[in-house]
Design a protein around this ligand. Structure first.
Ligand SMILES: Cc1cc2nc3c(=O)[nH]c(=O)nc-3n(C[C@H](O)[C@H](O)[C@H](O)COP(=O)(O)OP(=O)(O)OC[C@H]3O[C@@H](n4cnc5c(N)ncnc54)[C@H](O)[C@@H]3O)c2cc1C
Length: 444
């Protein structure tokens, strides 16, 4: 990492989540000189910082019974999967025993984080970890610079990155997951009114998945299961249910989370599961509050979710078959925030585009994932399985306000309903690749 305080580049990517990584590679491969700045010390975003996985889904449902799911998302996202497979960091795409998504792609996050740094550096991208985009310089319709604050690692100083070289203006890809670039200049953003619930994920080791499968066999009605779940479970373990156990525990006040079920996914190691069950809800209008109030509330919500982690571990060990001797293995470094500010683009992807399988002349990807809403303030999971895939247009990645600003991943210009489908990692990576390529092409 450099000690210089001023730098220039063609394309600056803010945020090193899966979308930002794909964007940086795409921009570099399109000939741009690229800097990627990431606030934390790890690349991978939600996947590595919040332990969010498996990635779902690269595929759409089969067109006819008996045929295979159709792969929609390829490109750099698939390249990540191929590389990780070679490193033992994923088994690749596996069928979903719950029947929610066409396929799941489990990822070993310990393999993913260092792999991403190596991959980006080998592509010729300058990776700046521990650098937070904190000030933005702009003209009326273009971003001219972004100043990156250093974390507390002395003697690093703030780094001002000028976007563009000599008389040629460069481009910025906002892959921060929270539209930080326009927000720093008071620009146009989409503010969610009823944001989805937050979840603090954790992993447990030593889980007897065979015992759980026996239990499911005895009480299949207590679970959400795909028709051929037994065959699928041989390849990959995932469970949504224990409905009666949770219901009884809720009645007696023993269940620590406001949820109607336990949702767990297998890890990449034997006996390891990822528990995606805690839930705290920011109030309606949370994202419209002044930042000091939001920060105070966020601290309280995070504390509450962390208490749920420890209480849930205790409850699982004491009440759920297969967990008796299991141990808490890892708690995510950061709570998972499903929905935040997004860039206001030239096009707003709407819920009806998603549920009607909309097509666009400037489509950058075709996507498929249920509209999946972790109800704010409620215990349920609302979802709608899509009849067919939908497309996302380039205009939903192009800022309406700044001619050289592009949205990647979760910064997508979408309403809450559309976002409830388009927010998942494979789609975020496809959007990242499209944004990076468009950013690089825009400066030529
Ligand atoms: C609880 C939860 C469960 C989920 N479940 C699934 C699932 O099962 N499967 C699935 O595929 N997807 C799931 N998702 C969605 C998915 O993980 C993310 O939406 C997706 O990974 C988004 O990727 P991204 O790169 O756009 O954003 P992020 O992963 O959020 O990455 C944004 C990056 O930007 C960085 N950043 C933020 N601000 C700044 C700044 N000012 N300066 C520099 N860097 C900054 C952050 O540190 C982060 O690394 C879930 C999400 C959550 C929260």
């Amino acid at each position: 990492m450099s000690h210089k305080t001023e730098r220039t580049c063609d394309v600056l990517v803010i945020g090193g989540g899966m979308a930002g990584c794909a964007a940086a590679i795409a921009a570099r491969r399109a000939g741009a000189q690229v800097i990627l700045a990431e606030r934390s010390g790890l690349l991978g975003g939600c996947t590595t910082l919040s332990l969010v996985q498996p990635w779902q889904s690269f595929h759409a449902r089969p067109q006819s019974p008996g045929s295979r799911p159709r792969q929609l998302i390829k490109g750099i996202a698939q390249e990540f999967v191929d590389d990780l497979k070679a490193l033992g960091g994923t088994p690749g795409h596996v069928p979903d025993p719950i029947g929610f998504a066409p396929t799941l792609t489990p990822v070993n996050t310990a393999v993913l984080a260092p792999y991403l740094v190596e991959k980006l550096v080998s592509e010729g991208i300058e990776v700046c970890l521990g650098r937070t985009a904190s000030w933005v310089g702009s003209t009326r319709n273009a971003i001219t610079s972004v100043t990156l604050a250093a974390d507390n690692l002395e003697p690093l100083r703030h780094l001002r990155v000028r976007v563009g070289q000599r008389d040629r203006i460069g481009a910025v890809v906002d892959a921060s997951g929270c539209a930080i670039v326009p927000r720093l200049v008071g620009g146009m953003v989409i503010t969610p009114q009823r944001p989805q619930a937050w979840t603090h994920l954790f992993t447990m080791a030593g889980v007897r998945t065979d015992t759980i499968e026996d239990y499911i066999e005895e009480r299949p009605r207590d679970f959400h299961l795909s028709r051929n779940w037994r065959v699928r479970m041989n390849k990959y373990f995932a469970v949504s249910g224990f409905l009666s156990l949770v219901n009884e525990a809720r009645k007696s006040g023993e269940f620590p989370c406001p949820r109607d079920r336990v949702l767990i996914f297998g890890g990449t190691r034997q006996g390891e599961v990822i528990v995606n069950t805690t839930r705290v809800s920011p109030p309606e209008g949370y994202y419209s509050l002044p930042s000091t109030r939001r920060m105070r509330l966020a601290v309280r919500l995070r504390d509450k979710a962390l208490r749920q982690v420890y209480d849930l571990v205790k409850w699982l060990r004491g009440n759920v078959p297969g967990f008796k001797k299991a141990e808490l293995a890892q708690v995510a470094a950061e709570i998972g925030v499903r929905e935040s500010y997004r860039i206001r683009g030239k096009y707003l992807l709407r819920g009806r585009d998603v549920v009607t399988g909309a097509k666009f002349p400037d489509a950058v990807t075709t996507a498929y994932y249920p509209v999946d809403i972790h109800s704010p303030g409620g215990s349920r999971l609302k979802f709608e399985i899509l009849k067919e895939p939908y497309q996302i247009p380039l205009r939903a990645l192009e800022s309406r306000q700044f001619r050289n600003l592009f949205a990647a991943g979760r910064c997508l210009s979408a309403d809450s309903l559309a976002f409830a489908s388009a927010r998942v990692a494979p789609i975020a990576m496809a959007l990242g690749e499209a944004a990076g390529k468009a950013a690089a092409e825009s400066i030529n």
